[in-house]
Design a protein around this ligand. Sequence first.
Ligand code: SF4
Ligand code: SF4
Length: 142
Amino acid sequence: MMKAGEAPIGGENFIVLSDEDLRQFECQRCGGCCLIRGAVRVSESEMAQMAEYLRISVAEFCERCTIKIPLTDREIVILRDHPGTTRCMFLDEHSLCVIHPVKPRQCRQFPLGWRDPSSFFYCVGLQRLHQINVGANDNSLP
Ligand code: SF4
Ligand code: SF4
């Protein structure tokens, strides 16, 4: 998943995790990062890869799977959600990504490459890491 929430990507984390902490991260496959309100940006090369994986043309992929968002100085392309939801259209009923081998960089890099303060609310893997981190540093524990 990895969707970017409303907080900016690369913003300061209110929970500080060391590189050592992050090395212990294990995805819990909760699907939270693919369910939150947010946007997964995709590049042209990523769209071509995903279209090839799905065995459809790039034009069809763009039409069926993406939305163009005009900004003041440029246009970005994001993945669609299931209609009427904030659930990424590629998240299946088992909370698995159906395009996993070719999912966009934004998804592949979460949460080790980027995360924001809101990530700790929905990412079970980060929550577990934080519990481990707190436990390891809490000298008040017997
Ligand atoms: S493309 Fe896959 S990993 Fe990325 S948000 Fe959608 S379901 Fe999640
Ligand atoms: S544990 Fe985190 S990275 Fe893994 S699916 Fe859940 S929210 Fe996404």
